[in-house]
Ligand binder design. Structure first.
Ligand code: P6P
Length: 338
């Protein structure tokens, strides 16, 4: 009995990564990322008692007021990645300019990340997360990150909530989930080959309806369809306003997440490199769809977009065939080729 009291064979993140690749630098990269997620989780946990709520008095690349936790989380990721010795270029939502790793510590990866996405929610204890995407260096210049999502070698997010949960995927591989076990300080494998619910899952639509007046007609028609219920089946509205929370729920429960291009945000609001592309890789490799909706004159796929600047934006419509199909039907009715 006593031997079952502890897992003497814990399926840790490092063990999983080493089982998937012989590239020791990739193992080092994931370890450095995991270390930063543990540090951020600790800072988020302590925010209330360590006076980490509130503004830091600066603004970021998005023009958002930076929270103390934004800056602390950003420092934690930058320091962990620079000292991993396997990165050359870092792009953070919190930094207008890319971070060029000193040559003596430079390696073959380029990493784009939003260290604490949804941090406008942090002061009211709503869950937040880190989102990241990884590319291989070409020339060691920032243009190495201005590549199609199809060249992304791995991507994922870490949710800081009731559990600290890392969900990530290697390109052309499965989506795996790891929970931080605080008793051993390791991410352990808890979800295997995550799949978007085949039937579309729960009928949930997730969008900021405060933008309704700015949307194009097909998006308005699709959201109205969800509101009115489809084939007599009602939908629920769920919108946290933290992308990691909204996407994680959509991946696990089903439904659709919509942040379209509109009159207010002609390129969408979310960032391509460290929100759109990583989430698209996760959703697609879990069997879902990550569409841009009508963007650049056509209906496209987020994972096939190429950023023209490190902080450029993209529209995002993510879900299963059932609900994304409702959006597509509305575009077809408007005469758009889908
Ligand atoms: P809105 C948070 O600022 C964020 O980048 C995502 O985490 C979230 O999904 C979205 O923006 C919320 O945007 O316009 O609805 O407040």
């Amino acid at each position: 009995f006593w031997r079952e009291s502890m897992d003497s064979d814990a399926p840790t993140l490092s063990r999983y990564v080493m089982s998937q690749t012989k590239d020791s630098e990739l193992v080092l990269l994931l370890n450095a990322l995991a270390t930063s997620f543990k540090l951020i989780a600790s800072a988020v946990r302590r925010a209330g008692v360590a006076q980490l709520y509130g503004l830091a008095g600066e603004v970021n690349s998005t023009g958002d007021d930076q929270k103390k936790l934004d800056i602390m989380s950003n420092d934690m990721m930058i320091n962990a990645l620079i000292n991993s010795g396997v990165c050359s270029i870092l792009v953070s939502e919190e930094n207008e300019e890319p971070i060029i790793v000193p040559v003596d510590k430079a390696g073959k990866f380029c990493v784009a990340f939003d260290p604490l996405d949804g941090s406008s929610n942090i002061d009211c204890n709503v869950s937040v997360g880190t989102i990241f995407s990884v590319f291989e260096k070409k020339d060691g210049v920032v243009e190495d990150l201005l590549r199609s999502g199809e060249e992304c070698i791995c991507a994922g997010y870490c949710a800081y909530s009731s559990a600290v949960e890392l969900v990530f995927t290697f390109k052309d591989s499965t989506v795996e989930g790891f929970c931080l076990d605080p008793t051993i300080g390791e991410f352990v494998h808890t979800r295997f080959n995550m799949q978007f619910p085949a039937d579309g899952g729960k009928r949930i639509y997730s969008c900021n309806e405060g933008n309704f007046i700015h949307w194009d007609q097909p998006i308005k028609d699709a959201v109205d369809a969800f509101k009115n219920g489809i084939e007599g089946k009602p939908y629920s509205a769920r919108y946290v306003g933290s992308m990691v929370a909204d996407i994680h729920r959509t991946l696990l429960y089903g439904g659709i997440y919509i942040y379209p291009a509109d009159k207010k945000s002609p390129k969408g609001k979310l960032r391509m490199l460290y929100e759109g592309i990583p989430m698209a890789l996760i959703i697609e490799q879990a069997g879902g769809i990550a569409s841009t909706g009508y963007f650049n004159g056509k209906i496209g796929e987020v994972s096939k977009l190429t950023p023209d600047a490190i902080h450029c934006k993209c529209p995002i419509i993510m879900g299963g065939h059932r609900d994304v199909g409702v959006v597509y039907d509305c575009y077809k009715k408007a005469g758009v080729e889908v």
